[in-house]
Design a protein around this ligand. Structure first.
Ligand code: ADP
Length: 543
């Protein structure tokens, strides 16, 4: 017997319709190239999204066509998200930090019809346009008076396009399984792969992201997504915030600017923010140097890479709760979040330090398992390491226009490429990416744990551990360190001595190399592939 409930499709347009009625006057504040403090409301944003839909209606597009954005976090990008998806097209966000060849590859692979570009990224599109014959036009996200000079053909000004268009538009009735957004993985090896989100997956992910033990969003929160809208849809915040009526503050191009972020946090009374570890290092450095405070900020979500304990402790001193989140482009991205259960909240000292560093408990909707090399499931005892596999309604079942690959070899599960433990409390901890694992004498060393401990040294700005050939152990860890300002006298002995007692004895690296900077990828993560290349001829000193 079937239930007798309405079969209402889960569509992105329902966020627009709901927020328009229930949260119309909640503010969206943005920093843009042409205005350091643009403000308007959800109602205004959705009016303009409908104007954009009317523009599309005149372009002869077909349902499911991809329309790309190369843009910062700001209100025009937000309007494009909704205008594109709710019209039945696919909002394809492109990471401007990718190599131009990758940007061109992605545009062509996705068959993008139009590309919406922030004026700052014009040099990128001018460079790639000649290689992207399928693009019918480039829309610059600015007003007529700020239109840049350009050598491109088929260029439109965003504000001019909207001008005179009606603010009324009847959104089409779509299937909830229709695609609404597309995001390519950063592709550290091989070409980037497209992850195609559906209206249904996006809505379910947004529902889950607001829960108290996840991002804890509500109408009382003011949210600053520092994580870019081109990095897995700013972790879903542009969908979740209008759903609950949280005020949204977009930092535009200022996400790496500690001083500007501090100003935004204090002036807009930000309560919650989300970003990768690098942005928090910038913010904390500014606070340390300026002596400024961030009183309104209650909570941050740190994800995309492991968060050092030193970052958490510094945020503690500002009264900010740090929650580690783990996920991937393929997971929309949320997989797990580290919020303390009552048992965990009672921990103290080293136990607490260890626990809070973990990637956290799976969010309802995400099933997890860890398996050994034969695919046998491993226990949740906090000790056993294995390949982490996941499944759920917002996890990709395949890549756009690609045949099923290794990631989907275990029927019904997605292989994350991460190696993890899961403890009896249900907290998962990432120990490494499969391809970065260091195997010393047949045993795994967690490079993440070693890096975390090293970054705790006050003279260390950044650290990475890679495995290098060793005649006896086959591989041993090499620690590569960027010294912090004022730490020029840091020696290998000092840092190795500091690690003693913090990690297993046999995990202590065999050598330390100092560099001026580490290679970073398009989403701010350390590029171990490149680092291994830099140290490809490295040999450990003979014993
Ligand atoms: P890409 O896979 O293209 O680098 P993603 O942003 O999808 O881009 O990255 C997902 C990966 O980032 C995860 O598989 C994991 O290795 C790493 N990651 C994400 N969050 C964390 C975290 N909290 N701790 C450690 N690693 C993390």
């Amino acid at each position: 017997m079937q239930g007798l409930m309405m079969d209402q499709p889960l569509l992105v347009k329902s966020i627009v319709e709901f927020a328009d009625r229930v949260n119309p006057d909640v503010e969206i504040v943005s920093f843009t190239a042409d205005n350091p403090r643009h403000r308007y409301t959800y109602k205004d944003a959705f009016k303009r999204a409908r104007q954009l839909a009317n523009v599309f209606a005149g372009w002869g597009l077909e349902r499911g066509d991809r329309i790309a954005t190369l843009a910062w976090n700001d209100y025009r990008h937000f309007e494009a998200y909704y205008g594109i998806s709710c019209s039945g097209f696919v909002a394809h966000t492109i990471n401007p930090r990718l190599f131009p060849e990758q940007v061109a590859y992605i545009i062509n692979h996705a068959e993008d019809q139009y590309v919406f570009v922030d004026p700052m990224f014009m040099p990128i599109v001018e460079g790639v346009a000649g290689h992207c014959p399928g693009v019918r036009g480039w829309v610059v996200l600015t007003s007529a008076e700020h239109m840049p000079e350009t050598s491109l053909d088929n260029v439109h000004c965003y504000e001019t396009l909207l001008e005179g268009e009606s603010t009324e538009f009847d959104w089409p009735e779509l299937d909830e399984r229709d695609a609404c957004a597309l995001c390519y993985t950063s592709g550290t090896t091989g070409n980037p792969k497209g992850v195609l989100y559906s209206h249904r997956s996006t809505l379910l992910h947004a529902f889950a992201s607001v829960w108290p033990d996840v991002m804890g969003l509500s109408s009382s929160e003011t949210v600053l997504p520092i994580v870019p809208m081109f990095h897995v849809n700013a972790w879903g915040t542009p969908y979740a915030c209008p759903m609950v009526g949280a005020k949204l503050v977009f930092p535009g191009p200022k996400m790496g600017d500690g001083a500007e972020l501090t100003k935004l946090i204090n002036e807009e009374k930000i309560t919650m923010s989300a970003g990768v570890p690098t942005v928090w290092l910038n913010l904390l450095a500014h606070l340390r140097e300026s002596g400024e405070t961030i009183e309104s900020l209650k909570r941050i979500i740190v994800g995309g890479a492991a968060c050092p304990l030193s970052v958490m402790e510094e945020f503690d001193s500002h009264g900010v709760e740090t929650r580690v989140g783990w996920g991937m482009t393929e997971m929309s991205p949320l997989g797990s979040v580290n919020a303390p259960t009552p048992e965990v909240a009672e921990m103290s000292g080293e136990d607490w330090d260890k626990q809070r560093l973990k990637a956290g408990r799976p969010v309802f909707g995400v099933e997890m398992k860890i398996t050994d090399d034969e695919g046998k499931e491993l226990p949740w005892d906090g000790e056993a390491f294995g390949s982490l596999k996941v499944r759920g309604p917002w996890i990709c079942s395949g890549y756009f226009k690609l045949d099923a690959g290794d990631a989907h070899a275990d029927e019904g599960w997605f292989e994350t490429g991460d190696v993890a433990t899961i403890d009896p409390h249900g907290y998962m901890a990432i120990t490494d990416r499969t391809k970065d694992v260091i195997k010393s004498g047949g045993e795994w060393i967690s490079s993440i744990d070693v890096e975390n401990a090293a970054v705790g040294h006050p003279k260390v700005a950044e650290a990475a551990v890679i495995g290098r050939y060793h005649p006896k152990w086959s591989e041993r860890p090499l620690l590569v360190v960027v010294r912090d300002k004022g730490g020029e006298d840091l020696t290998p002995e000092e840092i190795l001595g500091f690690l003693e007692g913090k990690i297993a004895k046999w995990w202590i690296p065999d050598a330390v190399e100092f560099v001026d900077e580490l290679p970073h990828g398009a989403t701010g993560k350390i590029q171990k592939v490149e680092l291994r290349e830099v140290f490809k001829d490295f040999a450990f000193p003979e014993e």
